[in-house]
Ligand binder design. Structure first.
Ligand SMILES: [Zn+2]
Length: 350
């Protein structure tokens, strides 16, 4: 109990620190002194775009924004003089003499709501965007562990989970217990063989009548959905591996296979080799310099991380930082603050 309290406190402090950084950056941005931090432009990361559904336990709320917030984000960037370009045009933009800042929009994992809710917003503003497709979701062969875990915790008061030494009972009756269990199992998935940990989670979910592949089916676009998406000239598809595991933790052959096969799967839908790739999770321990090299060798013009930052000339095109639009901070002043690049300095992330 003490541990989960400490975890909750840390979680809230961190969120307050981010919000503090964003507010401070908003004030600084209004002084007009931030040209250098803003760099040449920014790549934004989105996941779900859908109307807010209030759930009592919602550990993935940071991964969703509303269509209205996406709309306001685009308007805020337009007012700040940004031009909007497709991610695959990034190398050209960085080398161009046009010194107006530019923004690229990317959406990871290939959610159905990208077609239903995000596309109409992008179309209204004529803004290009790239959806990073996880091939194992398209083909309904792989599951989204963070969604499975959220559903399992919402539905259970306790559940059996095998951390590798036989099943133990994990309490999940109260909000604190759910929060703690989410952190504990997420850490286990990050810290051990990801495929077996996810398989153990899927077993636990099944015991509570939850079919993780049904979640994949409900949440993500299949091939028909992706074809509908790319019937818009604004939409491009990029690759995002087959199984959505941390690439840095795979051996060379497997890492190469995951990246190359997902590119082939996208090519089978679009008719051309994708020029862009997003590393699953995308922050430092999940992506290595070997992976940057692999992405370059496998023919991608641009590979994106989730390391926060804005863009400058000379950025490594196979380790491009992005700015996450976070469901907890959905106001215009957060967007201009994020685009300024300053919050990352305050958080020491650059
Ligand atoms: Zn992803």
């Amino acid at each position: 109990m003490k541990d989960s309290l400490a975890m909750m406190v840390r979680h809230h402090l961190r969120r307050a620190a981010i919000a503090g950084g964003l507010e401070a950056a908003h004030v600084l941005a209004r002084t007009g002194l931030l040209g250098e931090a803003r760099g040449r432009g920014a790549v934004f990361t989105l996941h779900h775009v859908r109307p807010r559904r209030y759930r009592t336990f919602d550990p993935n709320a940071h991964l969703e924004i509303t269509p209205a917030f996406l709309d306001r984000t685009i308007l805020t960037l337009k007012r700040a003089g940004y031009r909007f370009v497709a991610l695959e045009a990034l190398p050209e933009c960085l080398g161009s003499a046009d010194d107006r800042p530019f923004a690229c929009f990317t959406l990871d994992d290939g959610y159905r709501n990208n077609l239903e809710w995000a596309l109409p917003v992008f179309e209204r503003h004529g803004v290009p965007f790239t959806v990073f497709v996880t091939a194992g979701y398209v083909d309904r062969s792989h599951t989204l562990w963070w969604e499975t875990l959220a559903d399992l915790l919402s539905a259970s008061r306790e559940f059996r989970f095998d951390f590798g030494d036989g099943a133990v009972l994990v309490p999940s009756g109260t909000s604190l217990q759910k929060q703690a269990a989410f952190g504990r199992i997420a850490a286990h998935i990050r810290g051990t063989d990801e495929a077996s940990a996810v398989a153990a989670l899927n077993d636990a979910a099944f015991e509570h009548g939850i079919d993780p592949l049904t979640i994949t089916e409900l949440l993500t676009l299949d091939e028909g959905g992706l074809r509908a998406l790319i019937s818009s000239p604004l939409a491009s598809l990029g690759a995002h591996t087959i199984s959505h595991r941390a690439v840095a933790r795979l051996d060379d052959d497997e890492a190469r296979r995951e990246i190359a096969s997902s590119a082939a799967r996208v090519e089978a839908i679009t008719g051309r080799h994708p020029l862009t790739f997003a590393y699953p999770y995308g922050h430092r321990p999940t992506v290595s310099s070997r992976d940057h090299r692999l992405a370059a060798e496998l023919g991608f013009a641009v590979a994106v991380t989730t390391e926060p930052g804005t863009l400058c000339r000379g950025v490594n095109l196979h380790a491009v930082p992005r700015i996450s639009l976070n469901g907890h901070f959905q106001s215009e002043r957060h967007v201009s603050a994020l685009a300024s690049g300053i919050p990352f300095w305050r958080l020491g992330a650059r």
